[in-house]
Design a protein around this ligand. Structure first.
Ligand code: HEM
Length: 319
């Protein structure tokens, strides 16, 4: 533009850009041409909105199936946010308290949202519709959420995820052998025969190698291990302990109870009815007080561990 002055700040920016591109042996002028011809970014392209809104595809004509699909998708996105934070913590070199606490705080916030929003499932669908459309979804189940399992593997040592009956007596730290005894491998079994359901078999087939890999990688770097190694005697110990306890409670009592309320509300409660419909052992498997999964056992008293999940359960009226 003839006569118009070029802002000196712009010249300075160009100089910096030139240095940046020179360092990589790139021609700045060609990149500036690219900038000249490219479109402005839009909101809908940036967040891939069209793709996102094309992913809700019910298998039946029942309108409430959309609620079911979308709330599962929302939950998986929150799970991904949690894993994003967990990966940042577990992969960080020179981990300090602030970094650890800030990310832990985010994870706890995500879990609180999930716990608080579960009523979308518990109250937000007509039971008659649910009982019909779920038949078109067999044998798929939220049980097959691999992200949920990965959150557990990032949070604690594999021994703390072993079936409660064997946890105290298992004598190995071999990840492969511990994986065989994980608590959830006795969930999703047929109530009548005790056999693994197709739901469980397919899940194991697809994801066990990935869980083995993650378990091996995180053996010395999961949240529990990092806390013990770096922060067990830190000046901010109390604050960190309180946050870890909140995560344990949300993850292993409050979210599972919110979820259990859904199962209780929609599915048969009488074990004989469950058997008759070819149902699973969910009544024995899902309640936190039976499985007693605790990510950070040393942060709870023996009494608290023994009574795990019981206090919260007393307040459950609709299950
Ligand atoms: C009406 C709503 C729901 C019902 C009736 C329900 C029912 C069940 C049942 C019966 C199980 C035990 C496994 C089985 O027997 O198949 C289960 C497991 C599971 N579901 Fe759901 N579910 C519901 C919503 C959800 C949602 C929204 C999610 C979010 C992803 C979810 C995630 C899970 C997970 C992660 C497990 C495994 C839990 C564990 O091992 O502790 N469920 N569900």
């Amino acid at each position: 533009m003839e006569g118009s002055k070029v802002d000196p700040e712009l010249v300075e920016q160009l100089r910096k850009l030139q240095a940046k591109y020179d360092a990589m042996g790139q021609d700045l002028s060609s990149y500036l041409d690219g900038l000249l011809y490219s479109d402005y970014l839009t909101y809908w392209d940036y967040i891939h909105l069209d793709t996102l809104l094309s992913l809700q595809n019910p298998k039946t004509q029942f309108p409430d199936e959309k609620v079911f699909i979308m709330y599962h998708q929302i939950t998986e996105l929150y799970f991904q946010l949690m894993l994003h934070e967990l990966k940042q913590i577990t992969e960080k070199e020179n981990l300090d308290e602030k970094f650890f606490m800030d990310r832990l705080d985010r994870i706890v916030r995500y879990f609180r949202h999930l716990e608080n929003s579960f009523d979308i499932m518990v109250k937000g669908m007509e039971r008659e519709q649910f009982l019909k459309f779920r038949m078109a979804l067999l044998p798929a189940s939220g049980f097959q959420s691999a992200q949920y399992r990965l959150i557990e593997i990032h949070a604690t040592d594999m021994i703390n995820l072993v079936n409660i009956n064997e946890r105290a007596t298992v004598q190995t730290d071999d990840i492969g052998r511990l994986l065989e005894k994980l608590y959830w491998r006795s969930g999703a079994t047929e109530l009548a025969s005790g056999k693994k359901t197709l739901t469980l078999q397919q899940f194991e087939q697809k994801y066990m190698p990935g869980f083995y890999e993650a378990g091996t990688k995180l053996k010395d770097r999961n949240l529990r291990q990092l806390f013990i190694k770096h922060f067990a005697s830190s000046p901010r110990r109390d604050e960190i302990v309180s946050k870890l306890r909140e995560l344990d409670t949300l993850s292993n009592v409050l979210w599972p109870l919110a979820h259990l309320r859904s199962a209780g509300h929609y599915l048969h409660k009488d074990p004989e009815d469950i058997k008759a419909t070819g149902g699973t052992n969910w009544q024995k498997y899902l309640p936190p007080r039976f499985r007693r999964i605790i990510f950070f056992p040393e942060l709870w008293s023996e009494k608290e561990k023994e009574e795990w999940g019981k206090a919260a359960f007393v307040h459950e009226t609709d299950y």
